[in-house]
Design a protein around this ligand. Structure first.
Ligand code: SF4
Length: 230
């Protein structure tokens, strides 16, 4: 993946942020009440929709298996049953179990005393925690500045013409980490706005460009206009 945008990337990223904010307003994220619930959601949302995650979280809540201690006392087959709506539920049950095992020895408040690089390294060492999950936990559970990117980010930035080539999580994250102040509120809101824009306007199959404030600077929109006119 290559970054195509030139010039002052900090200014450009802030300009994009302001346009997204003007379009969608402040988003309230992440949808969870406790740091552990953030981590659970971040693991369960891998390769599935948030709607399915909510069903699995509801199952856990209803079964009284919603804290690390409660999950620890549930059998693996029962955990799999509760997580069934979240797809790949066997693997996800193993991942949740691995996370719970880890925080038994290293409770989250203790892990969260570390700076971002060390915390990220520790999270990435846990089975089932990849970069997106680790950054979600760091930003939304620990409240520390680690930018989260995802397929919505890649889709938006590809269409805008900022990047080209295959999705590369590390490179896309570096675009934000290297060019924005490391501010938790900014990172929190920016990621939420990108996800909101992808879910509401810049849809996967048919983006709703007429409703989009970014269209005057969007490569995808310009190309589709040119195609239509001739
Ligand atoms: S103009 Fe269309 S393709 Fe471009 S960002 Fe907006 S919705 Fe997406």
């Amino acid at each position: 993946m290559q970054i195509l945008t030139k010039g002052n990337l900090t200014d450009k990223l802030f300009s994009l942020y302001n346009q997204l904010l003007a379009q969608h307003g402040h988003r309230k994220w992440w949808p969870a009440d406790t740091p552990f619930e953030v981590a659970l959601g971040a693991i369960l949302t891998q390769a599935t929709s948030w709607r399915n995650v909510e069903k699995a979280l509801d199952n856990l809540r209803a079964a009284g298996a919603f804290t690390p201690e409660e999950i620890d006392s549930v059998s693996q087959s029962a955990l799999e049953r509760l997580l069934r709506p979240s797809r790949y539920f066997r693997m996800k049950a193993q991942k949740v179990r691995a996370f719970v095992e880890h925080i038994k020895a290293r409770p989250m408040p203790l892990m969260f005393t570390q700076d971002v690089p060390e915390l990220r390294e520790e999270l990435l060492s846990i089975y089932g925690v990849g970069p997106e999950t680790a950054d979600t936990i760091i930003l939304y559970a620990a409240g520390k500045p680690s930018f989260v990117v995802d397929s919505y980010t890649y889709r938006l930035f590809s269409r805008l013409g900022w990047v080209e080539g295959n999705y590369d999580y590390a490179k896309l994250r570096a675009l934000f980490m290297d060019n924005l102040p490391h501010d938790v509120d900014l990172f929190n809101e920016y990621h939420a706005l990108i996800v909101g824009h992808g879910a509401r306007v810049c849809h996967k199959r048919t983006p709703n460009c007429q409703e989009c404030r970014l269209r005057t600077s969007c490569a995808y929109y310009k190309a589709s206009e040119e195609q239509m006119s001739g």
